[in-house]
Ligand binder design. Structure first.
Ligand SMILES: [Cu+2]
Length: 677
């Protein structure tokens, strides 16, 4: 629920500002926020939770797998790290963004950086970086050897339920940490009482073994997995009966001297994803018979980092190396025929590798002034290893290489090799309760497996989807200017941002004879807008808060708008906080939007105001209970950027059928509780 997050955000934010000013300053105040995800709220997954934070939006395709968007940028324009590991989903259709594999309650903190405020975590990340973190537990001599927490949540709409637990056993020498999370939901009903195919079942768990031989060293080895079953997507043409992720990681940190610290990590992730159009919905009928298709796919990612940091008086230095290697493979198969026929190598064993280095410095000129800057360079190599393999299908089926030639005239060597430079400079100034900042950055991003190499064959009347191996890397030039003010009775944060993009990788749709083709090309684009958040406190227990996001994204080569740009939106909330209670009413608002990107099939959306109620009770130091009602008046509304293909919803038949954008859930009464020990 947005309201609780706003409350917790404020509490955490105030706590950070007073107790841990250094950490807040280091991450750059107004464009970054560190949040504790250990809160009671109503969210289906980590993407849904992120979407409730100020300035973050998300694309809904069903009940699970909400795909985050920051400042109009999503997918590979965001760097999302799960406890230092990159996890690239297995689904070419984005059913499993990285956040689908992030068990929210197992993390100690989440840092959201908008735009570029650091280059330490990898190339790209023009839209932002989200770091889900587990912090090394500290056990002092007299601490109890066991600690942990558990909790649960129930939501009335779709009977969604969730339970989680964390357990840490340790002493001064080391620790063993285990975590588990279970979530299940049936289809939800929207504000018109229509059932939306959106059910899911998720099991997540892991174990971390840590060794802390002295105050200067920490080592850990960890294993975690996610098992998703029967995840339904009203906004897609298929559902996912199975989606599994496994990660193993090794991490270390050692203080070499009073000045230098060395840290590093290496991790390996594997995702196995399966989607089809028949096991969780009736298969479509074509020419009198059922046309059953499935797409088994996999993604393997290796992440490695080695970094040295030094603090010496007013100067902080960090430099290091990152490596990242991702391999993805996906096949489209017709399972109605006997024998089973391959229709396309969607990802023809695509390998993408980045190897790079960075150096950053922060100079404190005084307590009030700081200048920070950094540079980074990556060498990227991408290759479709099975591009010449023609699937064993009907005569109209082509190999990936033949499709690239058909669509773009590209032939011969399909390997892409690029150098990707990046740099940023940032100035911060504190003046009597006002924190000013200005930053400029340059970054480049290589196309991802789909943008460069996806190869979907199609027969007459169907849709081809073909990646472009000839795409130039996307180059972002960004400016951020902001002011954060803090007084005893009020606070405010305003950020203006602008991103001028050379060679923006743009997906478009063209009609070639009887076939529709989705393809990619580079265009000139710009994204710009403002974010604001503020509040006033009065009469000892009362607080009014508000936030707004106003932005646009323009296609400057052809005119018009980019896809997935959020409409003007905001929030207004009234809180009452006597002692251990916290009661609130929140209005979520969005303006109507008719700036449409037709290539993405966008449809105009109406403006809306949705009312949420919440009540939290801190029973004791360790226990909390919260309950609330989301969408109190059961309003039917859509988030503009939700998937527009609601017509493919298998439940969307008969008199009530609809062809508009996927609708959000109707009224949902929820209750949750947690206990820490
Ligand atoms: Cu999928």
């Amino acid at each position: 629920m947005r309201f609780w997050c706003a409350v917790i955000f404020f509490v955490v934010y105030s706590a950070c500002a007073s107790a841990n000013e250094l950490a807040t300053v280091r991450v750059g105040a107004a464009v970054s926020s560190e949040l504790s995800p250990d809160v009671l709220h109503s969210a289906a997954d980590s993407g849904d939770w992120l979407r409730q934070q100020p300035g973050v939006d998300g694309v809904r395709m069903g009940g699970h797998g909400i795909d985050p968007v920051i400042r109009g940028q999503s997918q590979n324009r965001l760097n999302i790290l799960l406890d230092d590991s990159f996890v690239y989903g297995g689904c070419p259709n984005r059913m499993d963004p990285p956040t689908a594999y992030a068990p929210l309650h197992s993390y100690d903190e989440v840092e959201i950086r908008k735009g570029i405020t650091s280059l330490q975590d990898g190339p790209g990340g023009s839209g932002g970086t989200v770091l889900f973190r587990r912090v090394t537990p500290v056990f002092l001599e007299n601490d109890a050897p066991v600690r942990g927490d558990f909790g649960g949540r129930y939501g009335s709409n779709g009977d969604s339920r969730e339970a989680w637990t964390n357990l840490i056993v340790g002493n001064e020498d080391g620790y063993l940490r285990t975590f588990g999370q279970y979530g299940k939901a049936n289809n939800y009903e929207d504000g018109d009482g229509r059932e939306i195919a959106s059910g899911y079942e998720i099991r997540q768990g892991g174990v971390i073994l840590g060794w802390t031989p002295n105050a200067d060293s920490e080592w850990s080895v960890q294993y975690e997995q996610t098992r998703e079953r029967d995840v339904q997507f009203a906004g897609a043409g298929m559902d996912s009966p199975r989606s599994d992720s496994t990660t193993v990681a090794l991490k270390g940190r050692h203080r070499m001297s009073s000045r230098w610290t060395l840290s590093g990590n290496v991790s390996w992730n594997q995702v196995d994803h399966l989607m089809d159009n028949f096991s969780l919905r009736p298969a479509p009928i074509q020419m009198g018979s059922a046309m059953k298709v499935e797409v088994p796919s996999e993604s393997e990612t290796l992440t490695a980092k080695l970094m040295a940091e030094s603090v010496s008086g007013p100067t902080e230095i960090a430099f290091g190396l990152n490596a990242q290697r991702n391999r993805r493979d996906a096949v489209l198969r017709n399972v109605s025929s006997s024998p089973v026929l391959e229709l396309a190598r969607l990802w023809p064993d695509v390998m993408i590798r980045h190897l790079g280095g960075f150096a950053e410095v922060t100079q404190h000129f005084s307590d009030q002034q700081r200048l920070s800057g950094g540079v980074r360079i990556d060498h990227a190599v991408a290759r479709p290893r099975d591009s010449n393999e023609r699937p064993a299908g009907p005569p109209w089926v082509r190999s990936a290489a033949q499709l690239y030639e058909q669509a773009y005239g590209v032939r011969g060597d399909l390997e892409v090799r690029e150098w990707l430079p990046a740099a940023f400079l940032r100035f911060e100034l504190d003046q009597q309760g006002h924190h000013w900042f200005a930053s400029a950055s340059y970054s480049e991003r290589l196309g991802d497996a789909s943008e460069l190499y996806i190869a979907r064959n199609a027969a007459m009347g169907n849709q081809q989807w073909i990646g472009n191996p000839d795409l130039a890397p996307e180059a972002h030039r960004q400016l951020d200017i902001g002011l954060r003010s803090q007084a005893s009775r009020w606070d405010s944060q305003l950020t203006l941002f602008a991103d001028d993009v050379e060679d923006y990788i743009y997906r478009e749709q063209v009609q070639i004879g009887t076939i529709k083709r989705d393809r990619y090309r580079n265009i000139r684009a710009s994204l710009y807008g403002l974010e604001w958040e503020g509040g006033v406190r009065y009469a000892s227990h009362w607080e009014t808060r508000a936030q707004a996001l106003i932005m646009r994204g323009d296609n400057r080569s052809d005119g018009g708008t980019l896809a997935q740009v959020s409409p003007y939106q905001g929030q207004l909330s009234q809180h009452w906080r006597p002692g251990k209670w916290d009661a609130s009413i929140t209005l979520r608002l969005a303006a109507a939007n008719d700036r449409l990107n037709e290539d993405a099939g966008e449809q105009a959306s109406a403006g809306y105001t949705v009312v949420d109620l919440g009540l939290m009770w801190m029973v004791s130091q360790n226990a909390e209970i919260a309950l609330g009602v989301d969408n109190l008046f059961d309003k039917r509304y859509v988030n503009f950027i939700n998937r527009n293909r609601a017509a493919s919803d298998p439940l969307n038949i008969g008199e009530d059928s609809f062809t508009d954008t996927l609708t959000e859930p109707g009224r949902n009464a929820w209750i949750s509780a947690s206990y820490r020990f």
